[in-house]
Design a protein around this ligand. Sequence first.
Ligand code: GCV
Length: 666
Amino acid sequence: MSQEKNWTQLWLKYEPKKEQGNASFFTGLVWKGFDHENAIIKNAQKELINGIQGMLGIALACKEEDKATLIIEKSEDAQIKEDGYLLKEVDGTLTLSARDEKGALYGVFHILRVVAMEKSLKGMDALVNPDNPLRMYNHWDNMDGSIERGYSGNSFFFVNNEVVVDERTVDYARFVASIGINGVVINNVNVKNCATWLITDRYFEKVAQMAEIFAGYGIKFFLSLNYAATIELGGLDSADPLDEGVIAWWKEKMAEVFAKIPNLGGFLVKADSEGRPGPFTYGRTQADGANMLADIVKPYGGIIIWRCFVYNCTQDWRDYKTDRARAGYDSFIQMDGDYHENVILQIKNGPMDFQIREPISPLLGGLKKTNQMLEVQLAQEYTGHQIDVCYLIPMFKEVLDFHTYCKKGADTVADVISGRTLGNKNAGIAAVINTGNDANWTGNDLAAANFYGFGRLGFTTSLSAEEILEEWIRLSISTDENVIDTIKGIMLPSRATYEKYTSPLGIGWMVTPNIHYGCSVDGYEYSCWGTYHRADHLGIGVDRTDKGTGYAQQYYEPNASMYNNMETCPEELLLFFHHVPYTYVLKTGKTLIQHIYDTHFEGVEEVEQMIAAWDSLEGKISADTFNLVKVRFGRQLYNAKEWRDQVNSYFFRKSGIADEKGRAIY
Ligand code: GCV
């Protein structure tokens, strides 16, 4: 932690590093073709100077061209795309070529990353173009300073209903720019109270200051919008998207907002969801609502990111026909092609809500004529609250690699959201971020791997979860090989471990209601939220086949048939799609009930192994990190044991079938 700041520098520590032959590249810097007064270029230069000074102790100075060892040039080279760069070393000179300022900034962070990881810049030859046009963080920060689903302290954007702009804002912008993020939504999608007023002169000054800082790091500034602002701010009696008065109010409002916040990229909207108002209230479609706003922000270059998290949250648990999993697709598919060019539909990775295991939402790629953006969640709402270790990048890789069969040759989720499938530019990837004002930003130090990893993955989708993890460890914790291997051993399987001790085979939702940490097998079973496991004395799972809710039929073939059939359904999703007898024999040769028992015992054993591995790091890594994570591991073990014993006892009591291995079940 630096002396004057009470927060850490995460992966931008710039502490002394082994030189690895890199020092010679930093004796003479030459910039070519870029405007030195440009804010992004100024920040890139500052970062480079500070980083090289801190890591190699070299005062990097600009020199004449014949003494150049590092050249940063503006380039028209066609292989370098928007935000991209080419980094090449020839005869002792390193050249960073970029089409635009952002590319130069990203390239500078690449150079600093190599030095920080104690790798060599010699022989460098890397063309790096971003895979996704939009790479965004969504904050669920409230203006009173609380964070919806926040597990790392309070907001650093808002305190007591005021917008905060300070040194931490700058560091935040540096961190996210360094991993390639180019858009940030600062406030919760549930826009209530003061947050509705963010688009008024009560907040413009501070908001514009923040937006300007972000602009200096190539980050577009976004706000979540209250769809009913016409009523709550405007004093109208309607938010009907086809109402002339409503349209006129928004036109005037947007003219004002874009004039006051020049770096505004647009808005994120949660409508008709979990009590939030929306076009359905007026008998209109989601497209009516999204298009109305999109048309109004279009002259300012704005976009409307419209969330697809629409479902009935007042369901009767006795009703077996209504299926929450179906709702997103059912609400949006019919209007495919009707959404205007500057609307992007933002779709959660699964059809339910960020469970540890869900199938991929059939809307992704299901839509064939609509801009799409993937939404994932780093905030560990259902995956351990940043108490339990859960490295999520392997899960996101699975999502991106999934074949939707929407278009031959370009049908993975990665294809769809990158714009490769439709040839569109308004597409991308967003994550609900896991940060707060804790000194280490993410509550658990290890959760910062998700913060780092999402940005890297969003920029370069082909990176493996392991590569990303290794980078993060080298940059944030240690370059010692033994430490790296130990932490990888803990974190790479951590998602699988979490899955083992929590809810089995894709069923989800056995969490404590509302807070979503800790086990409560029936907590949501008789609720209104559409989140049921349907366990009885014979079996468990939801029949989502053509004989059940028909959800499986929302996929293209061959996925629809694969999920529909119990024998071909991937077993990790078996209970999501099928109601399965406890005696059903899985491909491992184990019965379903034995699988439940075994995985729950294994999950706890794996946590114990993680803790032993972590203990071996004492004295080898920072004491702050070691101690903080150790305390959390203690809580994780307690949590895992509760899950194991409650889940196993529950199913033993339901089924009456004993554990073959005779272990303690209550
Ligand atoms: C921001 C889930 C969460 C809510 C969240 C919502 C959403 O239901 O529990 O806290 O609200 O998803 O994504 O809008």
